[in-house]
Design a protein around this ligand. Structure first.
Ligand SMILES: [Cu+2]
Length: 133
C-alpha cells in the first residue's frame, strides 16, 4: 500500500484492520483461483484433427496446443467479448488478422512440419502452439 505519511499516521489505528482485510482478500483470491476448472478437461487438451478448430474464450486459446496436418485449414472462432487475432509469433507464418467478437476466421497451416508458437497481437499474453506434422 502506498499511503502518504500524514494519512498513514492518521489512519494508524485502522491499519491492522485494513491489513487483515487485505490478507483475507488474498486468501479468498487464492482459493478461488485454485478451484476446480469451469470448463471440461477436453477443452484444454491436445487435439489431432485435419481441419482443426480453435476457440477463443476468456482471453485464452482453446486448445492452446493445436495439432494439424501440413497445409490444413484451421478455423478460429472468437467466442469472447473482445476482438482477437491468432498470429504466428515468428515471421507471421500465419495470421487471421482481427476477428471481431462472435466472428470466425480461417488460416492455412504452414506446409513445413514443426512447432509454431502463436499469440494474439492485441493481447500478447494470449499464447498457444500450432504443431504441424
Ligand atoms: Cu486478444
Amino acid at each position: 500500500m502506498s499511503l502518504t505519511r500524514s494519512r498513514r499516521i492518521r489512519n494508524r489505528t485502522r491499519g491492522a484492520a485494513v491489513g487483515a482485510a487485505c490478507a483475507l482478500l488474498a486468501i479468498v483470491g487464492a482459493t478461488s483461483t485454485s478451484a476446480a476448472p469451469l470448463s471440461p478437461p477436453a477443452s484444454t487438451s491436445t487435439v489431432t484433427i485435419e481441419g482443426a478448430e480453435v476457440r477463443i474464450q476468456g482471453f485464452k486459446f482453446l486448445p492452446s496446443e493445436v495439432k494439424v496436418r501440413a497445409g490444413a485449414t484451421v478455423t478460429v472462432m472468437n467466442e469472447d467479448s473482445a476482438p482477437h487475432t491468432l498470429t504466428a509469433t515468428e515471421d507471421y507464418a500465419f495470421d487471421t488478422s482481427t476477428i471481431e467478437s462472435g466472428a470466425s476466421a480461417t488460416f492455412t497451416a504452414p506446409s513445413k512440419p514443426g512447432s509454431y508458437p502463436f499469440f494474439c497481437s492485441f493481447h500478447p499474453q494470449m499464447k498457444g502452439t500450432l504443431i504441424v506434422s
